[in-house]
Design a protein around this ligand. Sequence first.
Ligand code: THU
Length: 137
Amino acid sequence: MIDYKLLVKEAYEAQKQSYCPYSHWAVGAALLTESGKIYRGCNIENNTFTPTICAERTAIFKAVSEGERRFVAIAIVGNDVNAEIGTADVCPPCGVCRQVMAEFCPMDFEIVLGRSYDDWEVYTLGELLPKVSFPLK
Ligand code: THU
C-alpha cells in the first residue's frame, strides 16, 4: 500500500531545493523504490536553458546512479515560486520525463500529482504514455 500523503510531502520537501531563476516554476518529485526508499529531486535550470533538468529526472537519475532500478511510484508537485501551495493546479510530467520513466518503470508505475498536502490525483504511466514503443515491462 503506497503512502500517497507521505510521498506528496516528500515532493514538497524536494521542491524547496528547486533552482528556477528563469522560469520561476518550482518543481519537486519524490520517487519510491521497490525497496521502500524515497529519492527526492527538484528542477535545476541553466542560463543556457538546454541543460535544465526536470525534478522527475533528477530523482530517477539519482536513484539509478545509486543502483536502484525498480520503482513503484513518483509524486510530483509544481507551482510558481510566488504561488501559495494549494492554489495551483497539478504539474504533470513532460514528455521527456515520461519517456525516461518508460525506460525504468512498469506501465502500472503510479504517478501522483499533488495539488496540496492533502489533495492529489493518481495516474499510471500507461495512462500518461499510452502506445509506447518497446515498453520494457
Ligand atoms: N519542470 C519539471 O521539473 N517537471 C515538470 O513536470 C514540468 C516542468 C520544470 C522544467 C523547468 O525548470 C520548469 O519546470 C518550467 O518548465
